[in-house]
Design a protein around this ligand. Structure first.
Ligand code: UDP
Ligand code: MG
Length: 311
């Protein structure tokens, strides 16, 4: 039988320290142990500001299994994942962080699980968020609760991008060519049988996290807007409720005025109400704007990433 091939996609953004550590771990803990399989490691240099590309190039000269793509600027991890999937040639494709927060040895278990033919994909979720700031975990939990209430696509709490997929699933994901990408949602949206395995949070081996709180906040908005139109409905329902309330209030005031003359008083209360309603209107227009902006970006059909260099 012909040897199967596993492609491992590793997005890297300014990770010069972590790359060699990650490479060595992969060799030692996965590639040497799975001798019956061919490997291909695809490093995506996502417009790094340090020597990442140089480090990758050096490695690729020594090891022909290493492929790399270097973006013309930072396009974000989602774009890097998409580029990797686009260029992967394996029968199985894995996505993994470079900082070893995704334990590489799990790949063996994932591969063995897929061999049984029961599943198309093995994905991972972390059960703890140890070592992460409290406030970050708090908002992450709130995000998962909220998005699962309003979206038909199930977003698994604590899900990592770390997963191994069979070729048909990869092809399906590549067909989802949207510009505003929220992979955690896309992986679920395409369907297929997924087995979830759990592990405890591991802290990164070197370097620092590339996500600020604000970026994570914007990313969560991306998830909500990409996978649910419920906020639009919330906006119209709010509008309707206020319409009914104000109508009732007008009726009450008219009746009161007819019974006790001069009962419509108080401009402060009026100003408060105007501000209140004005705020809600702006909020709802804002929600509309978010969807419009996404539609606008999608219609431009800009490429998801631009490659400057590759081997
Ligand atoms: N990453 C990327 N582009 C970015 C940000 C991050 O390719 O714009 C990569 C990064 O190099 C790492 C992975 O995505 O391999 C996860 O990033 P990080 O460890 O900073 O995120 P965290 O684990 O803190 O959520
Ligand atoms: Mg990390």
């Amino acid at each position: 039988m012909e040897k199967q091939k596993i492609s491992i996609i590793i997005p890297c953004y300014s990770e010069e320290e972590a790359i060699p550590i990650c490479y060595n771990a992969l060799i030692k803990e996965v590639i040497l142990r799975l001798s019956e399989v061919n490997f291909e490691i695809i490093f995506i240099d996502d417009g790094s500001k340090d020597e990442t590309l140089k480090v990758i190039k050096n490695l690729s000269e020594k090891d022909s299994r290493i492929k790399y793509l270097s973006f013309s600027r930072n396009f974000g991890k989602e774009a890097a994942i998409y580029a990797g999937l686009n260029h992967a040639t394996g029968d199985y494709v894995a996505i993994m962080d470079v900082d070893l927060q995704d334990p590489p040895e799990l790949l063996i278990l994932m591969y063995e699980t897929l061999l049984t033919d029961e599943y198309d994909c093995v994905a991972t979720r972390r059960t703890t968020r140890q070592g992460e700031p409290f406030i970050r975990s708090f908002f992450a939990k709130a995000f998962y609760r909220f998005i699962n209430k309003i979206s038909q696509t199930d977003i698994v709490e604590g899900a990592r991008d770390f997963r191994l997929m069979k070729r048909p699933m990869v092809e399906a994901i590549l067909k989802v060519g949207e510009y505003n990408r929220f992979s955690k949602g896309i992986f679920e949206w395409v369907g297929f049988n997924t087995k979830w395995i759990e592990f405890e949070n591991v802290e990164r081996v070197a370097g620092i996290t590339k996500w600020s709180f604000w970026e994570l906040f914007l990313y969560s908005l991306e998830g909500i807007i990409s996978f649910s139109t419920a906020p639009l409905a919330i906006a119209s329902v709010t509008g309707f409720i206020f319409f009914v309330l104000s109508f009732l209030a007008i009726v009450v005031i008219i009746i009161r005025e007819m019974m006790w003359h001069g009962s419509a008083f108080g401009w402060p209360s009026l100003v408060c109400i105007i501000f209140f309603i004005g705020g809600i209107q702006l909020f709802c227009i804002g929600i509309l704007g978010q969807y419009m902006a996404r539609t606008y970006l999608e219609t431009k059909k800009r490429p998801i990433y631009i490659v400057k260099e590759h081997n």
